[in-house]
Design a protein around this ligand. Structure first.
Ligand code: DQA
Length: 145
């Protein structure tokens, strides 16, 4: 069964409680439900979150053999992590980068993303709906193959 890896980075475990004026009141569980609802029949989701860069890298390596696509919100590692970029560059399927907030409307240090140079699509500022759009995009990209 084709599986999409949904990877969330640091502090996103606090979604719903953390700065709700920026990130909204929905939780990571809500994100997972939304993404499962966006999947066509016969597709699966592996939803993972870590505050540790190395763990996100290990899951990205695991995805090489198991994932039909990756939807990733690397959190603050977006702006700092060459290591996550390298791991994504070693993955051959579709990658969609998601940010809940519009990072371009925020502090200038959030305007640069290492991950964007690998991502096939970048979604920012759609709230958690962006994750579902990412999932739909991976499915569409796979259907075109
Ligand atoms: C974020 C934006 C990042 O700048 C921030 O560090 C996050 C969340 C977003 O989803 O809007 O943790 O990726």
């Amino acid at each position: 069964m084709p599986t999409i890896y949904l990877l969330n980075g640091p502090n996103l475990n606090l979604l719903g409680k953390r700065q709700p004026e920026i990130y909204g009141s929905e939780t990571l569980e809500d994100v997972e439900c939304l993404c499962r609802d966006a999947l066509p029949e016969g597709w699966d989701l592996r939803a993972l979150q870590s505050n540790w860069e190395g763990q996100l890298i290990d899951w990205t390596h695991e995805a090489r053999d198991h994932a039909a696509g990756i939807v990733i919100n690397p959190g603050a590692f977006t702006h700092t992590s060459v290591a996550i970029l390298d791991a994504l560059n070693a993955y051959e399927g579709p990658v969609i980068e998601v940010h809940i907030s519009n990072v371009h409307k925020r502090e200038s240090f959030r305007h640069h993303s290492y991950v964007s140079s690998r991502a096939d699509g970048v979604i920012a500022g759609l709230g958690i709906e962006g994750y579902a759009a990412g999932v739909r995009r991976v499915v569409a990209m796979e259907a075109k193959k």
